[in-house]
Design a protein around this ligand. Structure first.
Ligand code: URA
Length: 237
């Protein structure tokens, strides 16, 4: 084989060829011997390594008092290759016990919404502004948000979603530094570090007021339409 190849290369050189078009069999042989690196595979690997490191940093974080009362850190869950990140407020009791975001009553409703719009929980990414549960589910304090936000920012930078969906006013306010009502924020496309961001109701609000289900459905349709437009733009810059 090597003798044949040398002869072939010499022949081509003598014919004045500076680049050698390999015969199909040789290309197949070469491809088998040197499989191309899968960028997606490498990308996912480095994403998961970066996230693991970030989880470790969050677990050791003592910038606010919440680590003292938590059972489990609730860092985030889902696909690191997700096109969408959903961002809630803070873990509740079930989340604190399991370490999984949106697993209690509000989470079950979020699952139903995702299912209704044909999104699978494992294919999207779900996180919160706070990674630890505030005692008795009280509202996050501003200093807790400031302490925890750098983890979410890094999380977003690692995952690089095509769109962010804030679930509720608290997460929109924390990320966008604006203090608008839900009515003012819904149906608009904001930008967070260049990533389109939309806002919809928190599922817990829907548990308290079923009339919000219809506008939430509209928001999810808006989210998916916007995502489609982003995909189209990326394919036809
Ligand atoms: N509410 C949130 O904002 N996040 C959760 O993970 C659960 C309930």
């Amino acid at each position: 084989m090597i003798d044949q190849l040398s002869e072939y290369f010499r022949f081509m050189r003598d014919m004045g060829e500076l680049e050698i078009p390999l015969p199909v069999e040789q290309i197949q042989f070469f491809k088998k011997a040197h499989p191309p690196h899968s960028n997606k595979e490498n990308d996912s690997k480095s994403k998961s390594e970066s996230i693991e490191q970030l989880i470790e940093d969050a677990r050791n974080c003592k910038k606010c008092e919440l680590y003292k009362t938590r059972n489990k850190l609730v860092f985030g869950c889902g696909s690191l290759d997700s096109e969408i990140i959903f961002i809630g407020e803070a873990p509740g009791r079930q989340e604190d016990l399991t370490g999984i975001p949106f697993i209690g009553q509000a989470g079950k409703l979020l699952d139903k919404i995702l299912e209704a719009v044909k999104l699978q929980r494992e294919n999207v990414y779900i996180a919160n502004i706070l990674k630890d549960r505030p005692p008795n589910n009280r509202d996050p304090k501003i200093e807790e948000e400031h302490a925890c936000l750098p983890f979410l920012i890094k999380q977003i930078q690692i995952i690089r979603p095509k769109i962010i969906c804030c679930l509720g006013r608290v997460s929109a306010k924390a990320l966008l530094k604006i203090n608008y009502s839900m009515k003012e924020m819904r149906g608009k496309i904001y930008s967070y570090q260049g990533i389109p961001l939309i806002v919809t109701y928190h599922p817990a609000a829907l548990l308290r007021n079923a009339k919000l289900k219809r506008p939430t459905w509209d928001d999810f349709q808006f989210l998916l339409r916007t995502l489609d437009e982003i995909r189209c733009k990326n394919n036809n810059p």
